[in-house]
Design a protein around this ligand. Structure first.
Ligand code: GUN
Length: 301
């Protein structure tokens, strides 16, 4: 069997098209323009690229977008004051503080200072708690697992995962744990695996839905995949590619793609799978925040 390739770029474009349309309708009906503020501290080039692409996508969607590029030596107090000002700004519906922050700033203190109703990253304890208790419609769900869930729903043609087993490899707060909660809320039978799990290959072979979010290049071998499974590869790892020439690199996922694609029913590629969904869901969360503020039902995806 050769797996169907799940085209994350195409799905992300579809989500963004829905966001654009709903944004225009929200503006016309209520005068509300969704507003997003992205804050970055320091000059990490990869983070700067992410932040600029978020700002550009927000403008594409018709949002009001503000980017704050603060110097690396910004104090924690100044950053907290910036967050407080954005919390109080009615033109801003979503606040994202790009992580990681410089070491002299307490990351958790900053994340928990963001008003939960503007926490479009879904990292605030209030949103984590809502997701964990099944109050998903009023929560903000972290963008990468939210996007992975859209891909799973579309690949399987249903949002009801009753009777299916799901294994999530990785237990991070940003991906693994929220992913497991989303799958559970969709009625899957969920196991979270991690570095201390015994016989990971055998466990993965039980999974109708296998989500890999460990950040280890091609760790999940093809023969760990259950025939016909839906494989979602969240990993984005840059590795050396001497075959492309000296000093060249390439991106690979956490799944050894070629082998897995021979066995899976559907699989996300890297790049072009989960990656493009993350920014798309950030736009969807920001629109949802603006819709909630205006008392309008947000779209579903
Ligand atoms: N850094 C890497 N991924 C993310 C993300 O999803 N949100 C934030 N705020 N920072 C990140």
């Amino acid at each position: 069997m050769t797996a169907r390739v799940i085209d994350g770029k195409e799905v992300a474009e579809d989500v963004v098209a829905t966001v654009k349309q709903a944004t225009a309708e929200l503006k016309a009906k209520t005068g509300t323009v969704p507003g997003i503020a992205v804050v970055i501290v320091g000059e990490d080039p990869a983070s700067q690229v992410y932040v600029r692409s978020k700002g550009k996508k927000a403008s594409d969607c018709g949002f009001h977008s503000e980017t704050f590029e603060l110097p690396a030596e910004t104090s924690e107090a100044d950053l907290l004051a910036r967050v407080e000002a954005l919390n109080a700004d009615p033109a801003i519906h979503g606040i994202l503080v790009q992580l990681p922050l410089p070491r002299h700033i307490d990351e958790d203190k900053v994340v928990q200072a963001i008003a939960p109703e503007k926490d479009v990253d879904g990292f605030h304890y209030i949103n984590v708690g809502k997701l964990g208790t099944g109050a998903i419609a009023e929560a903000f769900v972290p963008c990468t697992p939210a996007g992975s869930m859209v891909l799973i729903r579309r690949a399987l043609g249903t949002g009801d995962l009753s009777g299916l087993t799901a294994v999530v490899v990785g237990r991070s707060n940003i991906v693994g744990k929220p992913m497991a909660n989303l799958l559970l809320a969709a009625n899957a039978t969920v196991t979270i695996a991690h570095s201390r799990t015994r016989d990971l290959p055998a466990l993965c072979r039980t999974a109708d839905i296998l989500v890999a979010a460990v950040g280890r290049p091609e760790m999940i071998a093809g023969d760990w995949v259950k025939p016909g499974a839906c494989v979602i590869d969240v990993g984005i790892n840059r590795i050396d590619a001497p075959e492309k020439g000296e000093g060249k690199t390439r991106l690979v996922g956490d799944v050894a793609y070629a082998g897995a694609a021979e066995i899976a029913g559907s699989i996300t590629p890297v790049p072009g799978g989960v990656g493009p969904m993350t920014i798309a869901m950030l736009m969807a969360n920001t629109l949802a925040s603006a819709c909630r503020a205006a008392g309008v039902e947000p779209p579903s995806y």
